[in-house]
Design a protein around this ligand. Structure first.
Ligand code: XIL
Length: 371
């Protein structure tokens, strides 16, 4: 009986031990589970916290926007802060909106953009001081003398660059100053009134107003139009020889999934590097429907667009750091793109985010290009 009791006691004891062990193992497992789920929450949080800008070493990832999106359309704000380290005004820092009436500067929208960026530690790239497509009417049809015209332009550049000194770190001083045919200068009111050397003068005014701002010449079709490319580099080299201040060149990069070729983009990129310039792919969008052959963004086309985005970003990402300025997207989501209104095609999806702010395959391509 005693034995029985001892035996029963041992069994009882054994059971207890087993139960305790099972219990401890359970606690341990559930601890591991919960620490697993903690780390995956952390990872998700991190994913939400970081964006394209965090993958770009030593250069900016920029985006064009208008002031309203920063203030009232709330969904843009967290996305911009997560993904981008630089902002360009898509329209509101051009001469037409700032100086629509002679002598009457309107800073409201421009200030909102610059203040937003300053508040959030985001870079501002200024766009654009002189552009034939954003000249106010009073200046386009200026009735004074050529000397007075030049004085107006000089005052404008000095006033704008001076106002944002230390806040806008770079400027497109002249935008699209070279013609598409034959590589001559574009026939603009600035050329007609100020003469062949007007661009050099504008660069000098900008440098005088803010010696620390980086100054760019910006143009489109820089990778595909070789006579334009030749002319731009001829001008830039001439300016450099004459100590005219210029720091970099902007290739707009309004391209399509089909064109220009990788080789063309690579060659144009090399040329900026060989000429010791900062390079800015300044207005990137990749048309997915250049031939208007689709009525919705198909998976195949989205893949093709992704491939082009990756190619462009990779080419940029492999140049020396000292030549990298920024990659700037010309808009956030597809339905905001200027291409819809300006190129008269509703069936176009050229950007990284769809109309619901969801990242597209194009985003993935861009991101992979940064790896
Ligand atoms: C476009 C903007 O996207 C539009 O919103 C605006 O109305 C007109 O200008 N090249 C440039 C940009 O340098 O300034 C242009 O932006 C697009 C072509």
């Amino acid at each position: 009986m005693g034995f029985e009791i001892v035996k029963m006691g041992t069994t009882y004891f054994k059971h207890h031990i087993i139960l305790i062990l099972v219990f401890l193992t359970f606690i341990n497992c559930s601890k591991e589970d919960s620490s697993d789920s903690n780390s995956s929450t952390e990872q998700n949080e991190n994913q939400k916290e970081s964006g394209l800008k965090d993958k770009a070493e030593n250069f900016y990832i920029g985006v064009a926007t208008n002031a309203n999106r920063l203030n009232s359309e709330a969904d843009y704000d967290p996305l911009i802060r997560r993904e981008f380290s630089s902002i360009t005004a898509e329209y509101e820092m051009k001469m037409q909106p700032i100086l629509r009436q002679r002598g009457n500067y309107n800073w409201t929208k421009a200030d909102q953009i610059v203040d937003y960026a300053t508040e959030h530690g985001i870079n501002v790239h200024g766009h654009a001081l002189v552009w034939h497509n954003a000249t106010p009417e009073w200046l386009e049809n200026f009735s004074g003398t050529d000397t007075e015209f030049e004085e107006e332009v000089k005052n404008y550049i000095k006033t704008v660059v001076g106002r944002y000194k230390g806040k806008v770190s770079s400027w497109d001083v002249v935008n699209e100053g070279v013609s598409d045919q034959g590589g001559s200068l574009r026939n603009t009111v600035f050329l007609r009134r100020m003469g062949e050397d007007y661009m050099a003068k504008c660069f000098q005014y900008a440098r005088e107003a803010d010696p620390n701002a980086l100054l760019f010449y910006n143009d489109y079709n820089m990778t595909s139009n070789s006579s334009k490319q030749d002319k731009v580099f001829e001008l830039i080299n001439d300016w450099k020889q004459r100590q005219i201040p210029i720091d970099g060149v902007g290739y707009q990069m309004h391209i399509s999934y089909l064109h220009p070729s990788k080789a063309q983009i690579q060659l144009a990129t090399n040329r900026a590097v060989d000429n010791n310039l900062l390079l800015h792919f300044s207005e990137i969008d990749v048309r997915s429907n250049p031939n208007k052959d689709i009525t919705e963004l198909t998976d195949i086309r989205a893949e093709q667009q992704k491939t082009k985005y990756k190619e462009v970003v990779k080419i940029f990402n492999t140049i020396p750091d000292k030549n990298k300025y920024a990659l700037t997207l010309w808009g956030i989501k597809d339905d905001d793109s200027w291409l819809l209104s300006h190129h008269n095609n509703d069936n176009e999806w050229p950007l990284l985010f769809d109309k619901n702010f969801m990242a597209k395959k194009a985003y993935q391509g861009f991101s992979e290009g940064l790896e």
